[in-house]
Design a binder for this molecule. Structure first.
Ligand code: TYM
Length: 331
């Protein structure tokens, strides 16, 4: 039985990228692993965010987790900031991570660029340190994430190995990222060369929002997705990034392979193909969204899930932190 852990930042506007790359897979880890899934609320502070919006988003994510099939009796479902131990572990391991390593992180570079390299908070720079603390505090072995988070998980691996070797004992498990095949990097429908991201401007036509978009707007966004020259529904990321992205979305929602999809749409035009993509997306998303609404309206239940999850997470965190403190000499 492996220990699996993952989390999502409550920065609002979750997309089908988050769903296909991460959220949808979490429940698969629930039966045969010890699963920890959390709301990464401290990470949400790494870029400016309105406090009321953040509070709302935290509950949105818990309801999404439940709608995605996570059973809080099986999965430890909690909020990152409820566990004080993560702050202390963050401070300890920060001493074993080098500035050069953090400056090389792609996400840091992208996000600093988006800020025009001005007023970059130290928290944004040390984001992967906190993420490593998340992973190491719960003895994580497996971390299901989308492709954009792999570099961060790899850094956590390096740090765990570095600290274990410094003290010549196994203090930390070595986590590794598990990335789903198709769906690992869903692209923007209007610009299929870049990732579909929740940090794109609000209401973007190229982004399908899990909560905000209804059936009509999901259909509209898919039907007006940018396509490529030619008429063939064929997977070719380089020459046909738009169609390839839609094939990925279709395949993930229908659990079909790319070859199967290409066969089905061999005689199809782009319009008909897009309609089938929209049907596939809605077939799964509409019932998912209905479940989400039901959980989201029950604040007492959401609070009780978080309370119970925090108690269970804290029990593990206390043991691991104690082990770390005594190893580095803090007792
Ligand atoms: P976040 O909130 O940015 O994204 C949540 C998950 O969604 C995946 N994802 C995508 N997958 C496919 N296509 C896309 N277009 C797409 N966009 C996002 C992400 O890879 C991620 O798995 N740093 C994390 C939160 C975190 C965390 C952790 C995760 C904090 N500590 C420890 C794992 C373990 C983040 O910001 O995810």
């Amino acid at each position: 039985m492996a220990k699996a852990l993952s989390g999502i930042k409550p920065t609002g506007g979750l997309t089908i990228g988050n769903y296909l790359g991460a959220l949808r897979h979490f429940k698969n880890y629930q039966e045969d692993n010890e699963l920890f899934i959390f709301v990464a609320d401290m990470h949400a502070l790494t870029l400016p965010i309105d406090p009321d919006y953040l509070k709302k988003n935290i509950y949105d994510i818990v309801a999404l987790y439940l709608a995605a099939g996570l059973d809080p009796k099986k999965t430890v479902l909690f909020r990152q900031s409820d566990i004080n131990e993560v702050g202390q572990l963050n401070s300890i391991i920060a001493n074993y991570i080098y500035m050069g390593e953090l400056s090389r992180m792609t996400q840091f570079k992208e996000k600093s660029r988006a800020l025009n390299n001005k007023e970059i908070g130290v928290g944004l720079f040390t984001y992967p340190v906190l993420m490593s603390a998340d992973l190491l505090l719960y003895d994580t072995e497996v971390c299901p994430v989308g492709e954009d988070q792999v570099q961060h998980v790899e850094l956590a691996r390096d740090i765990a190995k570095r600290i274990n070797s410094r003290y010549k004992k196994k203090i930390f498990n070595i986590p590794h990222a598990v990335v789903s095949g198709v769906g690992k990097r869903i692209k923007n429908l209007q610009d299929p060369t870049k990732k579909m991201s929740k940090s794109d401007e609000r209401g973007s036509k190229g982004v399908i929002y899990l909560i905000e978009d209804d059936e009509k707007s999901i259909r509209k966004k898919i039907m007006s997705a940018v396509t490529d020259l030619g008429t063939e529904v064929k997977y070719d990321e380089k020459n046909k990034p738009g169609i390839s992205n839609l094939i990925q979305i279709y395949c993930t929602f229908t659990n079909k392979t790319i070859e199967e999809a290409e066969k089905i749409f061999a005689d199809s035009n782009y319009g008909n193909f897009k309609k089938c993509v929209a049907d596939a997306v809605l077939n799964e998303l509409l019932p998912f969204k209905a479940k989400y609404e039901e959980y989201r309206s029950n604040m007492d239940y959401l609070n009780s899930v978080l309370l119970d999850g925090a108690e269970r997470a804290r029990k593990i965190a206390e043991v691991v932190l104690k082990r770390v403190r005594s190893t580095v000499g803090l007792i």
